[in-house]
Design a protein around this ligand. Structure first.
Ligand code: TRP
Length: 329
């Protein structure tokens, strides 16, 4: 079976952007891939090192979200990044193979640096997290990485490191990987301004209450010029339609709604009601399952997965040390 690796930072609840961006693919892939799902606590520390509890407190919430959406612990290996020190060791070897200039050109990092206003105070650890991400992927020899579009630069960076390592140390012990992208790789935030993100406060979380979901749906940006029901409305840039495209089961019905909305005679309240029902139906069972897992079950799943990952990682690190020549006794 082809190995897949993916993961998220434990800094807050997963939201609908995660759901369409990568969770749906991970659900389809489970069973057909040897899939590793990593809780990226070390990566989360690169911009939260001053308040580590923001990271550590979210670890169990993240595994709870994974299980609640239907990722099956008998078909996936869940582990915590910090519990595999081989990842940190690999990162150190890889850091020699990447230039600072290359890291500064990484578009995802660039955007994050701007968003967080890091400027002169940019920590080296943050700039270098793509290198650590290359270690995450290669430590289990993953060839498939189900992620959202924003992670493509990380995959590219990983493959550059893999090729460089294999060439310099004359080996084939590292494997190149490919992204597995979903149809909706980028879900807009409810404000319509940017991508849905937990830090931007414009996302609907998988754990939001029914009231919260409704409130967010009814505050969605639509068409500011669509004042009366009889007015014709714009579908492009209309968040409600973007979400209907992503989540409604019937493409035909959505197409009809769009035509009606553009023609005039279809009010925002009606389309928001339809979207609200769609999202409540999707999230109700997920919320229900969140409550089912005991803390001890979650810890057991993580412990088992970490042990399995550890075996794989120590095998690879032996090979890596061998090809570099770090063997003295
Ligand atoms: N960078 C990813 C995020 O921001 C999380 C992540 C860490 C990841 N390591 C990974 C994703 C390896 C895929 C593969 O959410």
């Amino acid at each position: 079976m082809v190995v897949a690796l993916t993961g998220d930072r434990p800094t807050g609840p997963l939201h609908l952007g995660h759901y369409v961006g990568s969770l749906m693919n991970r659900l389809v892939m489970q069973g057909d891939f040897e899939q590793y799902i990593m809780i990226a606590d070390i990566q989360a520390l690169t911009d939260n090192f001053e308040h580590p509890q923001k990271v550590t407190e979210n670890v169990l919430e993240l595994i709870r979200d994974y299980l609640a959406v239907g990722l099956d612990p008998s078909k996936n290996t869940f582990f915590i990044q910090s519990q595999i020190p081989e990842i940190a060791e690999l990162t150190v070897y890889y850091l020699n193979l990447v230039t600072v200039a290359r890291l500064e050109r990484n578009p995802t990092i660039k955007t994050e640096i701007q968003q967080k206003g890091m400027g002169e105070s940019l920590p080296a650890g943050f700039l270098c997290y793509p290198v650590s991400q290359a270690a995450d992927i290669t430590v289990v020899q993953a060839e498939a990485v189900p992620v959202g579009e924003d992670q493509l630069p990380m995959i590219e960076q990983t493959n550059e490191i893999v090729r460089r390592f294999n060439r310099i140390y004359n080996t084939d012990c590292l494997k190149e990987c490919r992204p597995i992208l979903s149809q909706t790789t980028r879900l807009v935030g409810i404000d319509g301004k940017s991508k849905a993100g937990k830090s931007l406060g414009n996302a609907i979380s998988l754990s939001d209450s029914p009231e919260e979901i409704k409130r967010k749906v009814f505050s969605m940006f639509t068409d500011p010029d669509h004042l009366k029901v009889s007015d014709s409305g714009k579908v492009e840039g209309n968040v409600v339609f973007a979400y209907l495209d992503a989540f409604h089961a019937s493409k035909d019905e959505v197409a009809e709604l769009k035509t009606h909305y553009q023609k005039g005679g279809l009010g925002d309240t009606t389309i928001k009601d339809i979207l609200n029902t769609t999202l409540q139906n999707l999230l109700d069972p997920i919320r229900g399952r969140r409550a089912e897992f005991k803390k001890s079950d979650l810890l057991d799943i993580l412990r088992t997965g970490t042990n399995k990952t550890k075996e794989k990682a120590s095998g690879l690190i032996e090979k890596v040390r061998g090809v570099i020549g770090l063997k003295y006794y």
